[in-house]
Design a protein around this ligand. Structure first.
Ligand code: DP6
Length: 422
C-alpha cells in the first residue's frame, strides 16, 4: 500500500483548461460509447482568462470512494463517460513520489486509491457555452499529472474524447484538429495542434450570450437523431467536410481571413441545415441568432471582403471572430446598436471578458450606446430595428493557450488537509 509515516495524507494537483469553439463542426458519431466521429473537425481554443475550467484532483488513503463536486455541488460519477475516463487514466498511472511530504505511491497502488475531484467553470454553465469540453479535458489532464501518466497531450486527448467528443480539442491552445481516425478501438481518433495561440493573435472573439427560454436538445442526442434520420449528413461527412478541412488548414496557416470566414460561416450554416434535416427537426438558433447573422452578412457584403466570421453550436449563442481589434470595435458598435442592454443594466456586466474593447468602440456609458448611429450599410427604407434585452451579455475574448498546472496551493479547490471542497 502507498506509504507515509503518518497514517493519513492528501496529495493533490490543480489544473486549468480552456474551452473551444469549432469552426469546422463535429456532428455525428460512428461509435457511441468510444465517441468516434464521422468526420474531422477544427476548433479555436478560447482564452482561459475569460472561459475555462479549473479542476483540483486529490488522492488519499482516507477516501472511501471517488467523489466529484461541480461548481460546489456534489455530482454522481456513475455515468459511463466519467467511468470510461477514470478507468483509462487509472490504467496508465505510474509511480509517484513526493519527497517533501514523504509520500510514495507505487503504480499498482492506484487501483485501490480513490479520488476527490472539484471542478469550477469561470463562466455560467447555464449560458450554454461548451462547459463539458473544458470540464472533461481538465479532469483527464489533472488526473494525468497527479498520477504521473507519461502519455503526451495527443494520447490524453483520446481519453478526454471518451468524456465528450469536443473535449479532446481542449488539450491544446491555438487552432486544433480532431482527426476522426480509422481504428475500431479509437486509438487514432486524437487531437493535434495546427498552430499555437500566437500564430494568429490579431483575431478578436466576441460571444453574444443570447437569452433563451427554450430547453435545447443536447448535442449527444441531437447528433444521434441526425445520424439516424438525416439524408444530408452523410453527404456532409463524406463529400463536404474533407475538402473544407484541407481548405481551413490552409487558411489558418496562411492567416487568410476571407477564406477562414467563408469556411467558418458556411460550416456553421451547414451544421444547422443538417439539424433542420433531422426528423423531427432540431432548431438550435432562434430569431436573435438569425438577426446577428444578417447583421454580419450585410456588413461583410458592404465591405466587399469578410470582416467577421460567425459560428453557432448547439444553442442560440453567437460566436463572432473579427479579423482584428479595429474590426471588433466596429462590430461591437453594430451589435450594441441592434441589441442594447436593458435601460437599467450596468454596461460593466453587459460586456465581460476583455472590457477594453468598449473604449476602442468609444463607449463609456449607456448614453453612448443610445447615441450610436445606425450602421451605414443599412440603406433600406425600413428603419433599423432595435431588440433591447434579446442578448443577455457579450464576452470579448481571443484565441488562447492550452491546459496548465496551477502550482500555488491557494488556487486549489479542495482543502489540503481534508480533501473536501474549501
Ligand atoms: C455542435 O462534444 O458536446 O459543439 O461527444 O456527445 O459529448 P458529445 O458531444 P459534444 O458535441 C459538440 C457539438 C458541437 C460542434 C463541435 O464542438 O464540434
Amino acid at each position: 500500500m502507498a506509504e507515509k509515516k503518518s497514517s493519513s495524507w492528501v496529495l493533490m494537483v490543480t489544473a486549468q483548461t480552456p474551452t473551444n469553439i469549432a469552426v469546422i463542426k463535429y456532428w455525428g458519431k460512428r461509435d457511441e460509447s468510444l465517441i468516434l466521429p464521422i468526420n474531422d473537425s477544427i476548433s479555436v481554443t478560447l482564452d482561459p482568462s475569460h472561459l475555462c475550467t479549473t479542476t483540483t484532483v486529490a488522492v488519499s488513503p482516507a477516501f472511501s470512494h471517488d467523489r466529484m463536486w461541480l461548481n460546489g455541488k456534489e455530482i454522481s460519477l456513475s455515468g459511463g463517460r466519467y467511468q470510461n475516463c477514470l478507468r483509462e487514466i487509472r490504467s496508465r498511472a505510474s509511480d509517484v513520489e513526493d519527497e517533501k511530504k514523504g509520500i510514495k505511491i507505487a503504480k499498482k497502488d492506484w487501483e485501490n486509491l480513490h479520488f476527490h475531484i472539484a471542478s469550477y467553470n469561470n463562466f455560467p454553465t447555464a449560458a450554454g457555452l461548451a462547459s463539458s469540453a473544458a470540464g472533461f479535458a481538465c479532469l483527464v489532464y489533472s488526473l494525468a499529472k497527479l498520477m504521473n501518466v507519461k502519455e503526451d497531450n495527443g494520447q490524453l486527448s483520446a481519453i478526454a474524447r471518451q468524456g465528450s467528443g469536443s473535449a479532446c480539442r481542449s488539450l491544446y491552445g491555438g487552432f486544433v484538429k480532431w482527426i476522426m481516425g480509422k481504428d475500431y478501438n479509437g486509438s487514432d481518433s486524437i487531437a493535434v495542434q495546427l498552430v499555437d495561440e500566437n500564430h494568429w493573435d490579431e483575431l478578436v472573439i466576441l460571444v453574444a450570450v443570447v437569452s433563451s427560454r427554450q430547453k435545447e436538445t443536447s448535442s449527444t442526442s441531437g447528433m444521434r437523431e441526425t445520424v439516424e434520420t438525416s439524408p444530408l449528413v452523410l453527404h456532409r461527412a463524406k463529400e463536404v467536410v474533407p475538402k473544407r478541412i484541407i481548405e481551413m488548414e490552409e487558411a489558418i496557416k496562411s492567416r487568410d481571413f476571407p477564406a477562414f470566414a467563408r469556411l467558418t460561416c458556411s460550416d456553421s450554416n451547414q451544421f444547422h441545415a443538417v439539424c433542420l434535416d433531422t426528423s423531427p427537426p432540431i432548431f438550435y438558433m432562434n430569431d436573435t441568432s438569425h438577426r446577428i447573422i444578417s447583421c454580419v452578412e450585410k456588413w461583410n457584403r458592404s465591405e466587399g471582403t469578410p470582416q467577421v466570421a460567425y459560428t453557432f453550436d448547439a444553442g442560440p449563442n453567437a460566436v463572432m471572430i473579427a479579423r482584428n481589434r479595429k474590426v471588433a470595435a466596429l462590430l461591437l458598435q453594430r451589435l450594441l446598436f441592434h441589441f442594447p442592454p436593458q435601460s437599467d443594466a450596468d454596461l460593466n456586466s453587459y460586456i465581460v471578458g476583455d472590457k477594453s474593447i468598449l473604449k476602442d468602440a468609444g463607449i463609456q456609458d449607456l448614453k453612448d450606446v443610445e447615441a450610436l448611429p445606425p450602421p451605414p450599410e443599412i440603406k433600406d427604407n425600413i428603419p433599423a430595428q432595435k431588440y433591447k434585452g434579446d442578448v443577455s451579455y457579450f464576452i470579448c475574448t481571443k484565441p488562447g493557450r492550452g491546459p496548465v498546472l496551477l502550482s500555488e496551493e491557494s488556487r486549489a479547490l479542495l482543502d489540503p488537509e481534508t480533501g473536501l471542497p474549501k
